[in-house]
Design a protein around this ligand. Structure first.
Ligand code: AMP
Ligand code: MG
Length: 413
């Protein structure tokens, strides 16, 4: 009889423990026998305390870290880089047709933006060991043929710093600029902290006079913990499918997010930040979607087939760069689709900042198989077929439509 009672107690206890999902199994210890209520309670409380500790450690690893000074530095860095890029884009758009076909303004702005971000982060966060994963390195600039470009970059970086007026530093030399650019030689990975930068995301849009972004994120132990997107040409008002060509919109947005703290947007001129949220629609027919302007970057045919399956009525909103993630985070549209050709390897700097901006605004970002993006594997994202983002209610429907469209046209990528 006593044996039966003891078994029953054991069974109840197992149920209790299994129901308490946050309580982790003690795997390394052999399963204890429960002989009386006191020992059962004591075991549960031990496991519960362990769970609390484990959960607390997990939480403290990311969200209890405030990352406040890192975020402030990232905002300042991206805003200054945006100013530099705006100046170059303005001159580029005013130049004659022949000068427009010259690639050097993009090169100058790309390197200048990277040098400036690197300079500001190192300056504002002097005690941290500095690791930056970024698109550019100074190889070409070090050659004799790169000297003139290097001079232009150095002047541009110095002018931007002087105009800002908040750094009391002597003028940067060309060597300082090369060193700042080459701080971006890190490979990232799953340990420690790494800044991730795309100095000009969407260079094709930059040259056309359209959208581009300065995209900066921080990885901590392989997780994106903050992100900033400076989008100098993005209207502050919605660019939903029927608003894209409004000529009265003030432009220049800065989106920023910190893990556990939401996403905010302010104007690049420095207005007060407002909290933004992704669209909450669960009606796929009214969910307009964003995709790349460049068909070479993402299959427009495939996204059109997906949109048809979802019954989307609005035409796609095609814009360059991670400005798409920014627009999605404030609910301008409800879906982001990206399907590069087979074999294309996505780089972490093309998605890290955009990903946290969307997830902290309540959205979900996943690959075509529904897996979250893993930024811990170095410079590249290792993912299945494409990248999708939407709200939590629409994601299951979207994944189904994607799967069916890929099955219908397996050679679409
Ligand atoms: P988007 O403006 O959203 O099309 O994305 C711009 C980014 O696409 C650039 O920063 C490039 O890193 C990346 N990119 C360049 N070539 C390709 C390609 N063939 N397929 C997909 N993405 C590409
Ligand atoms: Mg890019």
């Amino acid at each position: 009889m006593e044996v039966i009672r003891e078994r029953e107690r054991e069974r109840q206890m197992e149920t209790l423990i299994n129901c308490s999902r946050v309580v982790p199994k003690i795997t390394s210890v052999s399963r204890p026998k429960f002989t009386n209520t006191q020992s059962l309670v004591s075991l549960v409380s031990r496991r519960a305390s362990r769970a609390v500790i484990v959960a607390a450690v997990a939480v403290s690893a990311f969200s209890s870290m405030s990352y406040d000074k890192e975020l402030a530095a990232a905002k300042k860095a991206a805003s200054l880089a945006a100013r530099l890029c705006q100046k170059v884009q303005k001159a580029l758009l005013q130049s004659d047709v022949q000068a427009k076909s010259d690639k050097s303004p993009v090169t100058v702005a790309d390197y200048g933006s990277q040098a400036l971000v690197s300079f500001v982060l190192e300056r504002e966060l002097p005690s941290d060991s500095f690791s930056l994963v970024a698109e550019e390195d100074s190889g070409d600039l070090c050659k004799a043929s790169g000297q003139e470009t290097l001079q232009r970059i150095t002047k541009l970086v110095n002018d931007t710093i002087v105009n800002d007026g908040s750094f009391s530093v002597p003028t940067l030399t060309m060597e300082d600029v090369l060193r700042a650019i080459d701080s971006g030689k890190s490979d990232g990975g799953s340990h420690g902290r790494h800044w991730v930068l795309d100095p000009i995301d969407g260079t094709k849009g930059f040259v056309r006079g359209d959208q581009y972004a300065i995209a900066l994120a921080l990885l901590d132990e392989g997780k994106v913990v903050l992100g900033v997107l400076a989008c100098p040409n993005l209207p502050l008002a919605s660019i939903g499918s029927n608003r894209l060509h409004s000529s009265h919109d003030e432009v220049g947005c800065l989106f920023f997010s910190k893990v556990g703290a939401g996403t905010y947007m302010q104007s690049l001129d420095g207005s007060s930040p407002i909290k933004v949220n992704v669209s909450t629609t669960d009606n796929s027919e009214e969910a307009s979607f964003f995709e790349s302007f460049e068909a070479a970057h993402s299959s427009h045919d495939l996204s059109s087939s997906i949109a048809k399956k979802l019954g989307v009525k609005a035409p796609p909103v095609r814009i360059d760069s991670q400005a798409k993630y920014g627009a999605l985070s404030r609910g301008d549209g409800a879906i982001y689709l990206r399907f590069p050709r087979k074999g294309y390897r996505e780089k972490i700097w093309d998605h890290a900042a955009g990903c946290i901006v969307v997830t902290e605004a309540g959205g979900v970002v996943a690959d075509a198989a529904g897996n979250p993006l893993d930024f811990s594997k170095g410079k590249y994202l290792d993912l299945d077929t494409g990248i999708l983002a939407t709200n939590q209610k629409l994601m299951p429907l979207l994944l189904k439509a994607v799967r069916e469209s890929l099955e219908d046209t397996p050679s679409s990528l």
